[in-house]
Design a protein around this ligand. Structure first.
Ligand SMILES: [Zn+2]
Length: 349
């Protein structure tokens, strides 16, 4: 099966009332972990690469690893997504490489750090949509600014600095024609999201629900949505790590989001924690080991376990075979003839 349009994955998720995890990758073992978890749970998947990942692995290596996954797991629909594109050129290069989906994060300027104006965001995102849709490629935009920094991308600071305004979200969706919309509701990238278990004062699920009410058919995206489980933190610290105590986004809050229009859930930190914990454990308890496979195999297994658990919790498990993937050339026709709507349905306040 060819790589699938993310729009199709998310449209199907909306029909089925579930969310789809989008897992970040830099290397072969992470891709293998995701694919084994998808096979184990019979899940469609979104595999995503940040600019940092594309640099680390080199574009061709990473993309051909995804093609290998596609060939080896023909029963699993895979969308390949550029995470946090910082410019039109970054998104264009991903599309030309063969990615079936891109995020244009115009909430920040091209430096990936400075918050942009609303008009700048609309303009660059609209430009990416105009390039992507005739090629059948999905576009995710972002309105509001996430906290924290990951892979050198992010405004830093608290997730509460630039919460998405529901009226702006409506205007943004109308003017850009994005397929999916990332919103800022208090979450941050990285491991240090919250200093205590988050409540409504720091995790603004009410804002998410308000946006969903106004844009009932728009696929919402939760970024910075690792749960940062205590047991994964503990393994790292038990074997010589020095993580400070921290809280992520509880799975039940993500599930509340999924009941309110969230269709894509980005998870990276949890997998990083699982991998690092497994590697630390081997090196700490068996210091005589030096074959990388002795620690990469348990690392891969630890990530697979987290991914499979999230796939089950988000509800995508069991849905891999529900539908026939539409080639992106057909998706392109759908955008052109209007059968794939890009004007969002807007409900009154
Ligand atoms: Zn993100």
């Amino acid at each position: 099966m060819p790589l699938v349009s993310m729009r199709q994955l998310l449209d199907e998720a909306a029909k089925g009332g579930y969310g789809v995890g989008a897992f970040n990758v830099n290397d072969m073992e992470q891709i293998q972990a995701i694919m084994e978890a998808a096979k184990q749970t019979n899940s469609p998947v979104i595999i995503q690469a940040s600019r940092g990942a594309r640099q680390f692995a080199q574009d061709k290596f990473l993309f051909h690893l995804i093609l290998a996954a596609n060939e080896l797991y023909p029963e699993i629909p895979i969308a390949m997504h550029q995470d946090h594109g910082n410019s039109f050129e970054t998104c264009k290069s991903a599309i030309e490489l063969g990615y079936t989906s891109v995020m244009m994060d115009g909430s920040l300027k091209e430096d990936g750090k400075t918050p942009s104006t609303f008009e700048e965001n609309v303009e660059v995102t609209r430009r990416v949509v105009e390039f992507a849709h005739p090629r059948g490629v999905t576009v995710e935009g972002e309105i509001g600014v996430l906290g924290g920094v990951e892979d050198g991308h992010g405004a830093g600071g608290s997730g509460l600095d630039h919460i998405t305004d529901p009226d702006q979200a409506v205007e943004f969706a109308e003017r850009t024609g994005v397929d999916a919309l990332a919103i800022a509701i208090g979450t941050s990238h990285g491991a240090y999201k919250f200093t205590k278990k988050p409540d409504g004062s720091v995790l603004k699920m009410d804002v998410l629900i308000a946006i969903h009410k106004r844009l009932p058919h728009t696929h919402l995206v939760m970024h910075g949505s690792s749960s940062v489980p205590k047991d994964l933190q503990d393994i790292i610290n038990q074997y010589g790590g020095k993580l400070k105590e921290t809280w992520g986004v509880p799975v039940e809050e993500i599930q509340l989001g999924i009941r309110n229009g969230v269709r894509k859930v980005n998870v990276d930190t949890d997998n990083r924690l699982a991998i690092t914990g497994a590697i630390r454990k081997v090196l700490w308890t068996q210091p005589e080991k030096f074959d990388p496979r002795d620690y990469m195999k348990p690392a891969r297994e630890a990530m697979q376990k987290v991914v499979a658990q999230r796939m089950t919790e988000f509800g995508q498990a069991g849905h891999a075979g529900d539908y026939k993937p539409i080639p992106i050339t057909e998706i392109a026709k759908g955008y052109a003839d209007g059968s794939l709507a890009t004007r969002p349905l807007v409900a009154a306040k």
